[in-house]
Design a protein around this ligand. Structure first.
Ligand SMILES: [Zn+2]
Length: 75
């Protein structure tokens, strides 16, 4: 797994690509530091506490894949 942090909130996670379409994200601690998560919790009280990624973090992951930082196993 590769350490990566969200461009917007700086929340650190561990990321691993299982395939082009499948990404494993492991939070280092809790996700309360991310404003996207906080917003979502406020607007959707019934939403699950665990959300795999915030959109900015997803972008950061895509960038890492594009730049070759995050290896994607061949199918
Ligand atoms: Zn974030």
């Amino acid at each position: 797994m590769m350490p990566l942090s969200c461009r917007r909130c700086g929340t650190a996670v561990l990321v691993k690509k299982n395939s082009l379409a499948q990404t494993s994200v492991q939070w280092n601690g809790d996700s309360s530091g991310c404003p996207v998560f906080a917003e979502r919790r406020a607007s959707e009280p019934g939403a699950p506490a665990v959300i795999p990624t915030c959109p900015q973090l997803r972008d950061s992951i895509e960038d890492a894949v594009r730049s070759g930082l995050l290896p994607v196993p061949a199918p």
